[in-house]
Design a protein around this ligand. Sequence first.
Ligand code: GTP
Ligand code: SF4
Ligand code: SF4
Length: 306
Amino acid sequence: MNPSTICRDRYGRRIRSLRISLTRRCNLNCLYCHREGENSGCGREMSGEMIVKIIETLKRVGIERVKFSGGEPFMREDLPEILARLPDLQDISVTTNGTLLEDVIPRLPHRRLRINVSLDTLREERYMQITGAGEGVFSSVLRGIDEACKRGFLPLKLNFVLLKGINDDEVEEMISYVQQLNERWGRGSVILQLIELLDFGGIEDLRGDMRAIEGELMARADEIRCREMHHRRKYLIDGVEVEVVRPMDNSEFCANCNRLRVTSDGRFKPCLLREDNLVEIRDMTEQGIIDAFKRAVALREPFFKG
Ligand SMILES: Nc1nc2c(ncn2[C@@H]2O[C@H](COP(=O)(O)OP(=O)(O)OP(=O)(O)O)[C@@H](O)[C@H]2O)c(=O)[nH]1
Ligand code: SF4
Ligand code: SF4
């Protein structure tokens, strides 16, 4: 099977990775939660076995990377076991709110796992306002970040969603915090990722001005790099790598979208922002998975077009 035909959509985008939502469950309730655009479906979660089978099968047709997300992926008790059973891939990563990290880290198989942790503020009160968390959760997330670094899950990324009037005065402090972490754990150990708020209805007033922030980063960066995925820019600021995720109205971002999503109940989702073109994996044989994958790839189109 030739990956450049099976994995390429009609806009020439070569699918390299799967973004798999493991659950819709979460122990937080963030102001901006989009639950990976998964608002419909049966609510049943794929078994660990199904997840591993999908990955093994699609590795054979050219998938090189896997990202696990949620809800909160560590709400799945079997995540360490799923990770241990995965085939070798170029990149395996998980995006988490970090609240369960401290406990789960010792149980994770160390297979070059990258971890992205949401941290939208360095002030506990704001953290509680943004995430709905109770007291003490914020400090456990900070301890989880330290524990992950200590055990070598690097580079670790901190995800910071820019929220107008809530945390848009904290970018500088976040850069300093990452600088301190890098002094402790080694240069380049921690990356800061600034994320533009995605609006799934009703919260556009909270979107911070990412263009302005990016303009400032550009003006003072020692180096600027461009990632293949989404053509995201990375700015090197005082030794700290700051990656900018700016999807809104950004046709360049969508033109370089190379991931296919899988919902927690086992459907391929061609685009984060669309709910009308999901493809169910009805037949869990290898051929059934590949056929559903092909149908989903054929349905892919950039959400924002130039
Ligand atoms: N519109 C859109 N937004 C995305 C997409 N991928 C990521 N994002 C946004 O970026 C946020 C953070 O993504 P992460 O889960 O940390 O993963 P990532 O940064 O995309 O992936 P890595 O850099 O490989 O770790 C998501 O919550 C989304 O808001 C995408 O394909 N489309
Ligand atoms: S931690 Fe993630 S999944 Fe949970 S509420 Fe916040 S944004 Fe949603
Ligand atoms: S097409 Fe655009 S909006 Fe849709 S998932 Fe890809 S980058 Fe995100």
